[in-house]
Design a protein around this ligand. Structure first.
Ligand code: ADP
Ligand code: GLC
Length: 492
């Protein structure tokens, strides 16, 4: 089975969040399980370097009329060796800043063109005009940045086209652009319609993916149900409910090669999961590094997150004075909304031995926080899957989380019964408000102060296995059910 996996970010080549983690680890797990998989992504300069992509595989021409030809470069994913193709187009991708935004945090104004080219290239590699002979049975697209690929296959009426799978990692990001782009991207005006990629007078890349793909998946079973409701669907709930028979929730996994406390090169003291002394040494190192008071029995709560309301960071801000009063420590590494960044910094300045805020992105600190923390705070209002809770569990750091999406699917609240049965692996609250969150924190601190009970919870955390193997087989089953079934456009 040949699968082309298209994504806008892939760890360790470039990463802004969980999409990159998945786009690095899932293809590797699929390759290990026998799938012939190639990744397609934009040729950001650092990604070209990191993938060692010096070989030009072919030209892609100038489909968007940019005045220069795009090329396809071939490299490999460090670690797993999965083949990666990068769309080399310096006019669109050769710039400093992030994959979606400039250094000031503003979206690149030409994101429509940038990700249309990625989508175009993904579709083009599925046709007989492709510069490479390798032709996929399945095109697997991820998030809005690749959402036009199935639309191109539809528009071109490709014979024997591959089956198309579109995975929603986060429905809140939709890629909406002015309708004037429709012609520029080579589409006929008929596709700019309700039964197409038009969405409230805009061209929606996300809707395109949802409408034109054969199958839809999202990253947890619970989120698959949630996005069919107005509360979570971000306007796509009607379309998704209509496509419910084609929609499946497949839980993400964790890459335990990268997230393993015993072999973690970012840690001063790598430790076997469950080794309490090893964890204590990392906690002391983290407290020292962050300037928090050095105290083995003060509960240390960590946050590794984008700082915005989606992640419930406003709830943390609201609950923070109370958490400080409880005598706990809180350490944050993240970037995001300016008000939240400033808010965390201000509290850290007011309570320097109890609260630390590092505004920025640091892989090293993310790993050190997982190792040194006692609890991970994750009060997300919605969370398609969430990966940091998987990492926390493996590092013996107990998640405190809102019961939504993948958090609800992976965490079991601590109560009398679940403690007795050894299944409690977190503190989970039902309603996304500061009071409910604060109550979960208080329960966690109370249990932390009973070391025998706490050990039981930590044991349940580290005992869980969220490795990618099982999810990879679910994707393989999906691919199998689709390969060969998609000759001609299903929705035409
Ligand atoms: P999302 O993709 O919605 O941000 P996930 O939990 O799926 O949330 O994935 C977030 C990923 O990004 C994790 O690998 C996490 O460790 C990482 N991450 C988030 N913020 C930072 C940061 N400031 N520094 C380093 N890593 C971060
Ligand atoms: C998105 C979601 C996150 C998920 C990740 C990977 O960024 O917000 O919940 O874990 O994608 O699928």
């Amino acid at each position: 089975m040949r699968v082309l996996f298209a994504s806008s970010e892939v760890y360790p080549l470039i990463k802004t969040g969980g999409l990159a983690d998945v786009s690095g680890a899932l293809p590797a797990a699929l390759a290990e399980a026998g799938t012939d998989i190639r990744i397609l992504m934009p040729g950001y300069p650092q990604a070209i370097d990191a993938a060692g992509a010096k070989r030009v595989v072919g030209t892609l021409g100038d489909p968007l009329g940019l005045g220069s030809e795009a090329r396809l470069l071939a490299g490999k994913l460090p670690g797993s060796g999965v083949p990666v193709w990068l769309v080399d187009c310096p006019a669109l991708y050769g710039r400093d800043g992030g994959p979606y935004q400039d250094a000031q945090g503003h979206d690149w104004p030409d994101n429509g063109l940038r990700f249309a080219l990625l989508s175009w290239a993904a579709a083009h590699l599925c046709t007989e005009n492709s510069p490479v002979k390798w032709r996929p049975h399945i095109l697997h697209c991820n998030d809005w940045q690749t959402g036009l690929a199935p639309a191109y296959l539809h528009a071109w009426k490709v014979d024997n086209r591959p089956g198309t799978v579109f995975t929603i990692h986060n429905i809140a990001y939709q890629g909406q652009f002015l309708p004037s782009l429709v012609g520029r991207l080579g589409f006929s005006p008929e596709m700019y319609a309700m039964d197409g990629f038009e969405y409230y007078d805009t061209l929606s890349f996300l809707k395109s993916g949802l409408f034109y793909s054969d199958r839809l998946t999202t990253v947890s079973p619970r989120y698959a149900r949630e996005i069919q409701t107005p509360a979570f669907g971000c306007g796509m709930d009607g379309l998704l409910a209509w496509r419910a028979a084609d929609l499946a929730g497949i839980l993400n996994g964790a890459d335990y090669q990268v997230w393993n406390p015993a072999s973690d090169s970012y840690l001063a003291f790598p430790y076997e999961a469950g080794d309490a002394k090893g964890k204590a040494a990392n906690k002391a190192a983290l407290q020292t590094e962050l300037g928090l008071s050095l105290s083995a029995d003060t509960p240390l709560m960590v946050i590794v997150s984008r700082l915005n309301d989606h992640k419930g960071m406003d709830l943390v801000m609201a609950a923070l004075p109370g958490i400080v009063k409880l005598g706990a420590q809180v350490a944050v590494i993240g970037t995001g909304d300016r008000a939240l960044e400033d808010g965390f910094k201000a509290v850290a300045e007011a309570y320097p031995t109890q609260v630390a805020a590092r505004i920025g992105y640091s892989e090293a600190l993310a790993h050190q926080m997982m190792a040194g923390g006692d609890m991970l705070l994750m009060p997300s209002r919605f969370e398609p899957c969430g990966l940091t809770q998987f990492y926390a569990l493996r590092y013996g750091t107990v998640p405190i989380a809102h019961a939504t999406g993948g958090l609800a699917d992976t965490l079991v609240d601590t109560g009398y019964d679940t403690l007795m049965t050894g299944t409690a692996n977190g503190f989970v609250f039902e309603h996304a408000n500061a009071g409910a969150f604060r109550w979960a924190v208080e329960r966690a601190v109370a249990l932390y102060r009973q070391p025998d009970q706490w050990r039981k919870i930590v044991k349940a955390c580290i005992g869980q296995d969220f490795s990618w193997g099982q999810s990879a087989s679910r994707y393989q089953e999906l691919y199998k059910s689709l390969a060969g079934a998609a000759s001609g456009c299903k929705r035409s």
